[in-house]
Design a protein around this ligand. Structure first.
Ligand SMILES: *Cc1c(COP(=O)(O)O)cnc(C)c1O
Length: 340
């Protein structure tokens, strides 16, 4: 079956990004592969990183843990949302460790799993998931593999970063655990003070640039290509697409491509998106439809029905063009891509 749109995963770039993050942190780097590897395919991403030497993987839910299938020997998997009441049976069957993130979860795990290893999330200031620092004496009796916390503002120069670092240092000094882990992608860029024993990048593995420090080091990983369905000419004065928002100032060569907002190519790209064919830039014209876009192909008049056109999706540029975050752009990539 021909699928008219493709998502090509550049595995070499993925591995190079992981190596840069690990070298920058100066400590072990794991990988957040939740949300189906940020939309790129959790199994594929995990396999490529495990082969490169990555040993620690993180998902959000037990369902995601199960879908990941068997991991390489020596690899570990953590489930970030911990064990809620309805997760307990699944958690006890799984090889993955829960990241316990409330006192309810702590007592649930202690009661059901005894001294089986777990991870623990400490909330040092985000007020999302985690045990408060002052509650950490109640972790007594757990066998903790990785003690974690998560930064709320690492992508900015915000005073909360240093406050969270100090709070986490204090808890890590007081609570026995095999390892401590604080930094996500942006946190790695804050410097080695934030690295502890394990860093947990997600976004930057997949080509996202979380802070200026990573610019020039992080490579694009997800390459989108869509097939041309039709060539046409919009005559001078005619409009293209819904809302007739683009009006041709002169006879304009148009290529209609097989991608739309149902694929995660959001309406925000109108006015800023573009495609590339044989080195020529083809600007998006008019609105993004559910399954289609139109581009001005005057710069590549040779493009024909059936040709594959690259959709410009370098994440920092695509985020600027669309007004979406780099995270949303990745995780929104839909189910119709042939992932290769
Ligand atoms: C998603 C997540 C990460 C990875 O964050 P990025 O910003 O994508 O690098 C790390 N730690 C936790 C707890 C997360 O939820």
């Amino acid at each position: 079956m021909n699928r008219p749109l493709r998502l090509r995963l550049d595995r070499a770039a993925l591995v190079a990004n992981w190596r840069w993050l690990q070298a920058t942190a100066g400590t072990a780097a794991g990988a957040a592969v939740k949300a189906d590897g940020y939309g790129l395919g959790a199994r594929e991403v995990t396999a490529a990183l495990a082969q490169a030497g990555c040993r620690d993987f993180l998902v959000s839910t037990w369902d995601e843990a199960e879908r990941l299938g068997d991991l390489r020997a020596g690899a570990s998997l953590s489930v970030l949302h911990g064990v809620c009441r309805d997760d307990l049976n699944e958690a006890l069957r799984s090889r993955a460790r829960p990241v316990l993130c409330s006192l309810e979860q702590v007592s649930r795990w202690r009661g059901a799993a005894g001294r089986r290893p777990c991870d623990v999330m400490i909330d040092t200031g985000m007020n999302r998931l985690g045990v408060r620092p002052e509650e950490s004496p109640l972790l007594e009796g757990l066998v903790i593999d990785t003690l974690m916390s998560h930064l709320a503002c690492a992508d900015e120069d915000h005073p909360l970063n240093a406050i969270q670092l100090e709070r986490f240092r204090a808890v890590a000094a007081a609570v026995p655990a095999k390892r401590a882990s604080l930094a996500n992608s942006a946190g790695i860029c804050l410097g080695r003070d934030y690295a502890f024993d394990l860093v947990r990048p997600g976004l930057a593995l997949y080509g996202g640039v979380p802070r200026a420090e990573a610019k020039g080091h992080i490579r694009q990983v997800a390459h989108l290509e869509a097939q041309v369905i039709q060539r046409r000419v919009a005559k001078s004065g005619e409009s293209v697409g819904y809302g007739a928002t683009f009006v041709a100032e002169r006879d304009t060569q148009i290529a209609v491509l097989n991608i739309g907002y149902a694929d995660g190519y959001w309406r925000g790209f109108a006015g800023g998106g573009s495609a590339t064919f044989e080195g020529a830039r083809l600007p998006l014209v008019g609105r993004v439809s559910m399954d289609l876009i139109a581009v001005d192909c005057s710069a590549a008049p040779q493009v024909r029905e059936g040709d594959w056109v690259g959709i410009d999706f370098d994440l920092p540029a695509a985020a600027a063009a669309s007004g979406m975050s780099q995270y949303e752009l990745l995780t929104g990539l839909g189910g119709r891509f042939e992932r290769c």
